[in-house]
Design a protein around this ligand. Sequence first.
Ligand code: 5GP
Ligand code: ZN
Length: 135
Amino acid sequence: MADCIFCKIIKEEIPCAKVYENDEVLAFLDISPVNKGHVLVLPKKHFENIENLPDEILCEIARTIKKLSKAALKAVGADSFNLGLNNGKNAGQLVQHVHFHIMPRFENDGYKLWIGKKYTEGEMEKIAKSIKKNL
Ligand code: 5GP
Ligand code: ZN
């Protein structure tokens, strides 16, 4: 897409610190990392979100994440990472070209995991039922 910043990076109109590419997938360092070694993994073709992304490309992205996460952790001396996908506006998706975040984590790096909420009585079963119905 013409005005997509990640498409511009793919077309090399904007530079990036590339770490991996194949026919389908590109990976480069996030310009504003959660921690050093934060990598973005994305399809070379423009798809807005995971719903639009063909399964074969998603599989290729998953393979890339598995391979790349090891290398990224080694490069920055980390042994853990969070894998992220901000899918949609309310999930904080800022760039409308689907991309996964590999975020290396360190002991006492200042980040906290999600705080769990509570279900009301019977609500959990109801939502599980609704999800199954919508598959
Ligand atoms: P999201 O859409 O998942 O919320 O976040 C987009 C991510 O892309 C952010 O973490 C941001 O730092 C990164 N980003 C945005 N523009 C650029 C850019 O031009 N180059 C690089 N390397 N990363 C970018
Ligand atoms: Zn794009």
